[in-house]
Write a protein that binds this ligand. Structure first.
Ligand SMILES: [Zn+2]
Length: 199
């Protein structure tokens, strides 16, 4: 399990799962559809709460999580209001600015962007993520190598967040550590990343 230094708070637990990590019990998840839909987990403990790709929770004792294999897992926390969130950002979610939508939902819960801490976990890196014209043009670029983590970081900055941590690891480059959809195709498992407000 990878932990982000900027989410090291006594009231919170979190982790970016590796391929052999055991997911936490009683997890609240969504059916992921590569959208920018953000769901509120309020009062919805321990279940799949619907279709979407990000979850916000302000309730103690609720563990929210998302699954990835090359897509970017993002965990967010507001240490002032004790609001947490997680998001799954593939190229479609990134093109739709899911991290911006997730931050907006946290602001609806009373958070201030300046207080938010955003952790961008391991995903396929720009070393390995070659895309064709169809995907590249979503980001105003030519076909070539795309850095999804960097684009999500810029989107978080544009939303007013300054406390950002970003993993430098590539899921495709490190088969013993990570699942990779591009490398393992339909055989690829999923890594579970989670965050929970404990108290
Ligand atoms: Zn790589």
């Amino acid at each position: 399990m990878i932990v982000a230094p900027n989410l090291d708070f006594p009231w919170l637990t979190h982790g970016f799962g590796l391929r052999d990590s055991e997911p936490p019990a009683g997890l609240t998840t969504v059916r992921q559809i590569h959208s920018a839909l953000v769901l509120d987990a309020c009062g919805r403990k321990g279940e799949q709460i619907g279709e979407g790709d990000a979850i916000v929770s302000a309730e103690a004792g609720v563990t929210i999580g998302i699954r990835t294999a090359d897509c970017v897992p993002i965990l967010l926390a507001d240490p002032v209001r004790r609001v947490v969130a997680c998001a799954h950002a593939g190229w479609r979610g990134t093109a739709a600015n899911i991290v911006g939508s997730t931050i907006q939902e946290m602001l609806q819960h009373g958070s201030l962007a300046a207080d938010l801490c955003v952790a961008i976990g391991p995903s396929i890196g720009s070393c390995c993520y070659e895309v064709g014209q169809e995907v590249a043009q979503q980001f105003g670029r030519e076909a070539g190598f795309l850095d999804l983590k960097a684009i999500n970081e810029i989107q978080a900055l544009e939303a007013g967040v300054r406390k950002i941590w970003k993993s430098e690891e590539c899921t495709f480059c490190r088969p013993k550590r990570f699942f990779s959809f591009r490398r393992e195709k339909e055989q690829a498992g999923r890594m579970l990343s989670f965050v929970s407000r404990v108290v």
